[in-house]
Design a protein around this ligand. Structure first.
Ligand code: ADP
Ligand code: MG
Length: 274
């Protein structure tokens, strides 16, 4: 709660939207979840974070959201630690959310206004207008009064995006938003993300789908505790990098020459036409 009593942090506009410098996270003072991770993002980029289970993707999002403090190193959003920012919207992995919590869709989106409202002001008519406008943008206006737990996975993700819109977020962090969504729902989400481009919202999304990461994002971060590679798909998703990231777990990537299958449980680590 103390966070709400502080004034929102001012942005250093000359600084990158996100800058991580030598971020290391150790859980229980032993297990290293992130190891010396450094990168910067520019305003308006759409970046995919990929890597095997346990690679530290969720940990990375929590650090940037300001929920988890790095053991060493620093994470900054527009030049300041993320804690005091109201411009960061974070959508946790679905299985980390308590969906039985009795709130309506409109309530969830109004929560995005809290930073703007301050602690002691009730929502005004303008705030409700923004909530409904945000729901309209994600095609969920008709469901404003529904309980959040009644919605499908794709609808829940849209509500969280509406909350980010209501928050007037400049950074949107979505942890595995596509997991469990059917293709039409995924397309709806991408349509909404396309609109966020117009607002120059910087979007980071973790995904298990390497093809999607390659096709639909400006840059890719390949993570396995360390930052193995970052850049455009063709620079990042090389066989050597995928092996470094996935090791024994299998990764499949469609390329012009066929499907690249990476696995060190298999003897042929090359291009296989599948
Ligand atoms: P990913 O999202 O890529 O699957 P996570 O960031 O969730 O990876 O986890 C990275 C590593 O840190 C995993 O080995 C996981 O078991 C461990 N870990 C995650 N959260 C905690 C925690 N709260 N306490 C201890 N270990 C954790
Ligand atoms: Mg995760």
């Amino acid at each position: 709660m103390t966070r709400l009593l502080q004034r929102p942090v001012q942005h250093e506009e000359a600084e990158p939207v996100i800058r991580l410098a030598h971020v290391t996270v150790r859980y229980n003072s032993e297990h290293v979840a992130l190891d010396d991770v450094s990168f910067t993002l520019q305003r308006g980029e759409r970046v995919a974070v990929v890597g095997p289970n346990g690679a530290g993707k969720s940990t990375l999002f929590k650090v940037i959201a300001g929920i988890l403090r790095p053991t060493s190193g620093s994470a900054d959003v527009y030049g300041h630690a993320p804690g005091g920012h109201i411009c960061i919207a974070y959508v946790p992995q679905r299985n980390l959310v308590d969906w039985s919590f009795p709130v309506t869709v409109a309530d969830v989106v109004m929560m995005g206004r809290v930073g703007k409202l301050g602690l002691l002001r009730w929502p005004r008519r303008r705030d409700w207008e923004i909530v409904h406008e945000s729901l309209r943008l994600v095609g969920m206006e008709d469901m404003a009064d529904r309980q959040i737990g009644e919605l499908s996975g794709g609808q829940q993700q849209r509500v969280f995006i509406a909350r980010a819109l209501a928050q007037e977020a400049e950074v949107l962090l979505m942890d595995e938003p596509f997991t469990g969504l059917d293709m039409p729902s995924q397309e709806v989400l991408f349509g909404i993300l396309d609109r966020l481009r117009d607002r120059e919202v910087t979007v980071m999304v973790s995904t298990h789908d390497l093809n999607q990461a390659a096709d639909r994002f400006d840059r890719i971060i390949l993570l396995n505790r360390r930052l193995i590679a970052m850049g455009r798909a063709e620079e990042v998703l090389t066989e050597a990098n995928l092996l470094a990231a996935y090791g024994g777990q299998m990764a499949m990537l469609d390329t012009e020459k066929g499907t690249l299958v990476v696995s060190d449980t298999c003897c042929s680590r090359g291009m296989d036409d599948v």
